[in-house]
Design a protein around this ligand. Structure first.
Ligand code: HEC
Length: 123
C-alpha cells in the first residue's frame, strides 16, 4: 500500500468512528424519557387504557400506595368518563402503578415558616 492510500484509509476510519458511538448511545437500555412510562411488566396495559384522555406525564408525576391509585381510578370513573376496567385488568394496572409509582416517603418539601413567606397584598 502506498503512503497515500494509507492516509486515505486512516482518514475514512477516523471519520466513521463517531457514527459507531452515536448508534450506541441511541439504543442505550434502561433510560426513560421525561413523561414516559417505565417499561416494566404491565406497562402496555397502562399505555393502552390510561393515555386516551391525557398523556402518560400526568401518571408518572403521581405516586401512591394501592389505595391511592384505586381511589384515582374510581374518581376518573365517577367523574371523568373512565369506563369499568374489570377486576383482572384493574388489578394488573394497580400492580404496575404501585410497584413503579408507589408511595413516596416525602414528595414535597416542608412549607416555609410564615416569616419567610412573601407578603400578600390586599390582605
Ligand atoms: C375517560 C378519560 C380518562 C381515562 C381513560 C383516564 N383518565 Fe386519568 N384523568 C382524566 C381526567 C379528565 C383527569 C384530570 C386531568 C386534569 O386535571 O387536567 C385525569 C387525571 C388523572 C390523574 C391525576 C389525578 C390527580 O390527583 O391530579 C392521574 C394520576 C390519572 N388520571 C391516572 C389515570 C390512569 C392510571 C388511568 C388508567 C387506568 C387513567 N388516568 C385513564 C381522564 C381519564
Amino acid at each position: 500500500m502506498t503512503n497515500r492510500m494509507k492516509l486515505i484509509w486512516l482518514t475514512l476510519i477516523t471519520l466513521s468512528l463517531p457514527l459507531l458511538f452515536t448508534n450506541a448511545s441511541s439504543t442505550a437500555q434502561g433510560s426513560v424519557a421525561v413523561g414516559e412510562l417505565i417499561q416494566e411488566e404491565g406497562w402496555q396495559l397502562v399505555r393502552d387504557n390510561c393515555t386516551e384522555c391525557h398523556s402518560s406525564q400526568i401518571i408518572v408525576q403521581n405516586s401512591g400506595n394501592r389505595e391511592v391509585w384505586k381511589s384515582r381510578i374510581k374518581w376518573m370513573q365517577s367523574s371523568q368518563g373512565l369506563g369499568e376496567l374489570g377486576p383482572e385488568l384493574e388489578g394488573s394496572i394497580l400492580d404496575y402503578l404501585t410497584s413503579n409509582y408507589g408511595q413516596k416517603t416525602a414528595s414535597r418539601r416542608q412549607a416555609l415558616p410564615i416569616h419567610l413567606m412573601p407578603s400578600t397584598p390586599n390582605l
